[in-house]
Design a protein around this ligand. Structure first.
Ligand code: 2RA
Length: 345
């Protein structure tokens, strides 16, 4: 069976990667439809399925698709996603924004963890990139030792702010090296040769929204209690598109580092890169462009002793953190029968 697939926002950084991932994973596409704003409507995109003319987004037209990927703002998703997924002509919608992640009736899915949730709704939320990348390592450790507490610090690439973020970093770096003024319109401060301990808006508890997303989303995806202790400090650094994360976990059961390594080496979506004698560990340069999240620097924690592990993780923000996860959700829905091709007259 093959499907009519729609992408809304296909010209943005995440939308482009959704198309690439569909193509490279041979997702069964009968027809690809690309929807955009008045600015991009009418332009042509060369795809594996032939040249596709960008259509002006319209709910009725998008509902002709079997599955629609939304790679747009939360406001756009809030306005349209429920309309796409309701009624006799409802379509499956996989939303990359944060608009529905905390709604009780909308599954928030990392397929390797809670893929079965996709059977419950036509509207599926894709997690925040920082959460999705961390969970590839945290889930196998949770199954092995039971997570009791997580403390993490992130080193997040410019791609988290989309193509404009990557452009601001590269242009700003050139300006800096030329001794010119560095402009910052996307980031709160100039990013080249800097580190910015703020991603998204500050909340009343002193954390940023990005940091709280990691806490809220981890609880929901892993089925942890609403008060499960996870604290994150999210930091923007001048790398292009792979996020790095330093993670400390306290566990319910005693840890065994060799068993942790073995479980991570076998976990889907993980590449164990952990040979310090050879100076091999996760890095954004090696994680970029990869589907798997690199995990390494595994060691027993000197803070928590037998009940703690420390590790370092790098994952491609646009792939595992967005497009790949979204396409894996669609693949899961094909496998479990919740994505069906519509009968056409
Ligand atoms: C960031 N996590 O890195 C955000 C993007 N979703 O800015």
């Amino acid at each position: 069976m093959s499907y009519t697939v729609g992408i809304v926002g296909a010209t943005g950084a995440v939308g482009q990667e959704i198309r690439n991932v569909l193509e490279t994973r041979d997702f069964p596409v009968e027809r690809l439809r690309i929807f955009g704003s008045a600015r991009s409507a009418g332009s042509t995109v060369a795809t594996k399925y032939g040249d596709v003319t960008v259509e002006l987004f319209d709910v009725a037209a998008a509902k002709q698709c079997d599955v629609v990927f939304l790679a747009v703002s939360g406001d756009f998703s809030l306005e349209h996603a429920r309309h796409l997924t309701q009624g006799d002509d409802a379509t499956v919608c996989i939303d990359n924004s944060s608009a529905f992640r905390y709604e009780a009736d909308v599954p928030l899915v990392v397929p390797e963890i809670n893929g079965a949730e996709t059977k419950k709704s036509k509207l599926i939320a894709n997690p925040n990139c920082t959460t999705a990348i961390a969970l590839m390592a945290l889930w196998p450790l949770h199954q092995l030792f039971g997570l009791k507490k997580v403390i993490m610090s992130t080193y997040q690439a410019a791609s988290g702010a989309g193509q404009p973020g990557m452009d601001e970093l590269t242009q700003g770096t050139q300006a800096y090296l030329n001794g010119e003024a560095v402009e910052n319109n996307i980031f709160a401060h100039p990013l080249p040769f800097n580190v910015i301990p703020q991603i998204d808006k500050f909340q009343s508890n002193g954390y940023t929204k990005e940091e709280m997303k990691v806490t809220w989303e981890t609880r929901k995806i892993c089925g942890l209690p609403d008060d499960f202790p996870l604290s994150c400090t999210a930091v923007r650094i001048p790398t292009i598109r792979a996020h790095s994360e330093s993670i400390v976990v306290e566990t319910e059961r005693p840890v065994d580092v060799a068993a942790a390594r073995q479980a991570l080496a076998q976990a889907p979506g993980v590449k164990l890169v952990d040979n310090t004698e050879q100076l091999e560990y996760p890095m954004p340069q090696t994680a970029t462009g990869q589907y798997d999240v690199e995990v390494g620097r595994l060691r027993k924690s000197i803070v928590y002793g037998d009940y703690g592990l420390e590790l370092f993780v790098c994952g491609d923000q646009l792939l595992r953190g967005a497009a790949l996860n979204a396409v894996l959700v669609a693949e899961e829905m094909v496998t479990n029968g919740s994505l069906q091709a519509k009968k056409t007259a």
